[in-house]
Every structure is written in structure tokens, then in C-alpha cells.
Design a protein around this ligand. Structure first.
Ligand SMILES: Cc1cc2nc3c(=O)[nH]c(=O)nc-3n(C[C@H](O)[C@H](O)[C@H](O)COP(=O)(O)OP(=O)(O)OC[C@H]3O[C@@H](n4cnc5c(N)ncnc54)[C@H](O)[C@@H]3O)c2cc1C
Length: 491
């Protein structure tokens, strides 16, 4: 029987990054990754956010990252009138300045397979393609029966980490329950080659973008916001782009995903132009995106990444929470190997923190779908989210790197403020719909988040700057609503 300290089920991005981080911190550990596929497959999850970028940039895999496309920013595009005239299209954008949080567009099949090779180079054993025939979990070890390329073997391991993604091996095996959530979304996506040149559908780069961003905005993660759905456009290299839609199943019913995907592109003035003459690959459908498992560990078993929970891909948070979980789990496992016992209090805190994060995010996302088509309301809500994210998660990492373990979640007052604000945004949307009005208070066609990471002392002022941008625009929204209210009353 072969013996390992840690067995990881799943050689996707969560499994490989976990193995790399663990072996980096304790070289003597024996780690085995088991994956059912011979080759890494193309996947969604192709853009990194600030925290996942910081995590990746620190892992010592820069030679792999430099082969992927550098992300130049975030863009949110609104076309409430479905106009084909570029001048009617509005945009909220956040160009990426040069910082320690610079991100990537990842071609996942290439990146995932290179990560696995890197694991092997660093001393991790990888078996694939395998079939896991049985697993027997005891209080401090597990015995696995595995067949790999027709050869059967028995494996003993001290720890078992489930990183099997949406297959969710451990959740099924132990019959763990999921939390009840109201968010109810599905996604359809495909890779395209030879898409239209941006000059056919996009505005030219503005002077602000040209002056500050790392590169052209065609390499920014681009979102097209619509009523109860949003599309992503992620350029992976010169020829290939990923295009996909996430839709609110509480409002949009999709019977034939492929037909819905193609028809929606045809009906949308910009997307139709973006995909004109492009070749499309296989269309993928995920019927149900969000889930949160109530448990994250038991005895010497822990779940990681999509095997544990997934909320929504808007703002690209998937790899981000996985990275934070990764740091936390590595810390807990190292503590176990040092003391030869599980620190039950620390594990409980870990589970509670992440569960709270997932629930808070599901609350935020289920509210965002109510007004995501509205330029000024969505931009304003996003600006406030950016303020919280930058002030309490990203900026502190500049000087306190170990804080990356702590996922962002609401405390009492901030949660209450968001609840009230989301209610208010929703009410404004309903009022506008009743009176046949569209987004009106932000007159400029392109507005910017103001996000960058200043050096030294100036970093302290950044949260104030971001907060003031939110407040200024919120006052503009309320003043416009007040103006229309008075106008209606006078009539
Ligand atoms: C529509 C959509 C868009 C997204 N966009 C983004 C984004 O832009 N940015 C972002 O950060 N995140 C995004 N995400 C989330 C991101 O895709 C996932 O969080 C990430 O891929 C999870 O990685 P993972 O390794 O946990 O799972 P996976 O990548 O699914 O890997 C699981 C691995 O386990 C293996 N496996 C499965 N079952 C078994 C088994 N029984 N035995 C052995 N091996 C097994 C599989 O072969 C695979 O290699 C998106 C998600 C969705 C649904």
C-alpha cells in the first residue's frame, strides 16, 4: 500500500494550487493528486480578480502566468435601448494600473495542465486518468482503492482534500446538506475565434484609459449588463475569446440553452456585431450555478473550491475565494502536521467565516440582479462594493500579506447599510419602469471607479477617495429622482 500525507481528489485549478502552496511551505510532505481526466479540459473561470491575482503572483509561478494574457481592467457596458449606435452605449470602467494585484485572462485547459506539470516538478505525485473505486474514511486516515490506466492500487493517506469541483464527491459521499438560498441562476458559454475588431462595435480608448491602463481595453474583462442577465467577454489571446451569459432563472426561463444563447446574441445590437463572422466552438450549459454546502470538513477530510460552494461569476470571485480558502487550509494543515492533532477551535472559526462569506455574497448577488441593467444604479452599487473590497481586502494586503486568509464578509452596520441601499435601488428601478424612464443621472458616457493602489502614505486616502465617488454619484441619483417626483406632483 502506498502512503501519502495528503491526497487531493481533483487536479483542476483548486487542487493544483493547493498542492503548490502546501509543498512550497513544507517540502517534506508527500502529496498525491488524483484526477479522472487524461487531459485538462476547457473551463469557465477565465479571469482573475484582485485577490486571486495577488495570491497567484506570490506563488512563484510567474513563468506560467507570463504565458497567459494580462488583464487590463474591468468594464461594465449598458445599452438599455438596445441601440446599434456607439454613442448610446454607456460604460462604467476600472482600468488596471500597474500594481501587485495585476490580473490575468486564463486559457484554462492550457493553464490547468501546466499547473499540474508544475506540481510534478515540485515533487507532487499525479495519477490520471483514475477512477476512485472506494474510499474508507477513518478518524485520522483514509484508505482509497483507485484504478489508474487499468492498474489497481490501494492508497493510505493522512488527509483527504476534495477538490473535485461541481462533482462534489465528499458532499455526496457524506450526504452533507446545502444551505437554502434565493439566488437562482444558470449559464451558457462558448469560445469564439476571429471576433469582430473592436472598432466595429466599441468606443475608442479614452485619454484616461490610454494614460493609466496596462494595455488596450479589448483585454479588459468586459461585462454587458441587461435586465436579469449579464454577458461576459474575455479575450484569451489574439484569436480566441470567451463569451457567456448568466441569467436569473427566477425571471428568465430557458428551455433550449443553445437556441437561447444564439438567439439572444442575434437580438442584441452589440453582441451581434461582436460575433459577426466569428466561428463558435461547442456551447456549454450549466443549469444551476449557486450552492453552499453547510459543512467544509470532518475528521481528516476537507473540501476546497467548487467542491464546497459557488455563488456567481460576476466580478470573477470564484478563484478568489478558493485562493483565500487555500491559504487558510494550508495554515490549518501545517498546524496539524506540527502538533499531530486538529485544532478544533481554529477549524470551526474557518468554517464559520467562509460560510458567512458565501451567504453574504449570495445576498449581494441576488439583489444586484434586480437593477443590473441600470447604468447609474448598478455603477453606484458596484462603486460601494469596490470601496469595501479595496479598503478592507485589497489595500491592507500591501502591508499585511497574511490577511489574505480572511474572506470579506459583512459585520452588523455595513450589512444593514447594504440591505437598505439595495431596497432603495430596487424601488427606484420600479418607479422608473412605471414612469418609462431609463438611467438618467450619470450624464457622462463613460465613468470610472477611481481604483488604483497608491504608494506609501497616500494609500490611506484611497478609501476616502473611493467613498466620495460613491457618495457624489448617489447624491446625483437621489437628486434626479427628487426632481422627477416634484415634476410629477406639479403636473
Ligand atoms: C459561468 C461561470 C463563470 C466563471 N467565471 C469565473 C471567472 O471569471 N473568474 C473566476 O475566478 N472564477 C470564475 N468561475 C468560477 C471558477 O470557474 C471555479 O471556481 C473554478 O474553476 C473551480 O475550480 P476547481 O478546481 O474547484 O474545480 P474544477 O476546475 O471543476 O476542477 C475539478 C477537477 O476535479 C476533477 N474531478 C471531478 N470529479 C472527479 C472524480 N470523481 N475523480 C477524480 N477527479 C475528479 C475534474 O476532472 C477536474 O480536473 C466561473 C464559474 C462559472 C460557473
Amino acid at each position: 500500500m502506498k502512503k501519502y500525507d495528503v491526497v487531493i481528489l481533483g487536479g483542476g485549478i483548486s487542487g493544483s494550487l493547493f498542492a503548490l502552496n502546501l509543498i512550497k511551505k513544507k517540502k517534506s510532505l508527500s502529496i498525491l493528486i488524483l484526477d479522472k481526466e487524461r487531459q485538462s479540459k476547457p473551463k469557465v473561470g477565465e479571469a482573475t480578480a484582485d485577490l486571486s491575482s495577488i495570491f497567484l503572483n506570490r506563488l512563484g509561478i510567474n513563468h506560467l502566468l507570463s504565458q497567459q494574457q494580462q488583464k487590463t481592467g474591468l468594464r461594465f457596458i449598458f445599452n438599455e435601448q438596445n441601440s446599434s449606435d456607439k454613442k448610446d452605449v454607456l460604460e462604467f470602467a476600472s482600468p488596471s494600473f500597474k500594481t501587485f494585484a495585476n490580473g490575468y485572462h486564463l486559457n484554462r485547459s492550457v493553464f490547468d495542465s501546466k499547473l499540474l506539470l508544475e506540481c510534478e516538478k515540485k515533487g507532487v505525485t499525479v495519477f490520471r486518468p483514475i477512477e476512485l473505486n472506494s474510499a474508507n474514511f477513518k478518524s485520522n486516515k483514509c484508505i482509497l482503492k483507485v484504478s489508474c490506466n487499468g492498474i489497481n492500487s490501494e492508497i493510505e493517506s493522512c488527509w483527504f482534500i476534495d477538490a473535485s469541483g461541481r462533482f462534489r464527491y465528499i458532499k455526496k459521499k457524506f450526504n452533507w446538506a446545502d444551505k437554502k438560498i434565493s439566488l437562482n441562476t444558470g449559464a451558457i458559454s462558448a469560445h469564439f475565434t476571429s471576433m469582430s475588431a473592436p472598432s466595429n462595435w466599441d468606443r475608442e480608448d479614452t485619454p484616461y484609459w490610454l494614460k493609466n491602463a496596462l494595455g488596450s481595453k479589448s483585454y479588459a474583462t468586459t461585462h454587458f449588463l441587461k435586465s436579469n442577465s449579464w454577458w461576459w467577454l474575455i479575450k484569451l489571446d489574439e484569436f480566441t475569446s470567451s463569451l457567456g451569459v448568466v441569467y436569473n432563472k427566477n425571471k428568465i426561463s430557458v428551455r433550449d440553452p443553445e437556441a437561447y444563447f444564439l438567439e439572444s446574441i442575434k437580438q442584441d445590437a452589440i453582441l451581434c456585431e461582436v460575433t459577426k463572422n466569428a466561428q463558435i466552438s461547442k456551447i456549454n450549459h450549466l443549469d444551476s450555478l449557486p450552492y453552499i454546502c453547510t459543512k467544509m470538513h470532518q475528521n481528516n477530510v476537507a473540501v476546497l473550491g467548487d467542491a464546497n460552494a459557488f455563488i456567481d461569476p460576476l466580478f470573477s470571485p470564484g478563484l478568489e475565494i478558493t485562493s483565500q480558502q487555500n491559504e487558510h487550509l494550508v495554515f490549518l494543515l501545517l498546524d496539524y502536521f506540527k502538533n499531530n492533532k486538529k485544532n478544533t477551535i481554529a477549524w470551526k472559526k474557518y468554517e464559520d467565516k467562509f460560510l458567512k462569506t458565501y451567504l453574504d455574497r449570495s445576498f449581494v448577488y441576488s439583489n444586484l440582479y434586480q437593477f443590473m441593467h441600470s447604468y447609474d444604479l448598478f455603477s453606484n452599487a458596484t462603486q460601494l462594493l469596490f470601496f469595501g473590497y479595496q479598503s478592507f481586502a485589497v489595500l491592507p494586503l500591501r502591508y499585511f500579506p497574511s490577511r489574505i486568509k480572511n474572506p470579506l464578509r459583512f459585520y452588523k452596520v455595513d450589512g444593514w447599510i447594504f440591505k437598505k441601499l439595495f431596497k432603495r435601488y430596487h424601488k427606484i428601478v420600479i418607479n422608473r419602469e412605471k414612469n418609462n424612464r431609463k438611467s438618467s443621472s450619470l450624464k457622462q458616457p463613460v465613468s470610472y471607479s477611481g481604483i488604483n493602489i497608491p504608494n506609501g502614505f497616500y494609500i490611506l486616502f484611497k478609501p476616502i477617495h473611493l467613498g466620495l465617488i460613491w457618495l457624489y454619484n448617489y447624491i446625483k441619483i437621489e437628486s434626479t429622482e427628487f426632481y422627477f417626483l416634484i415634476k410629477r406632483k406639479i403636473k
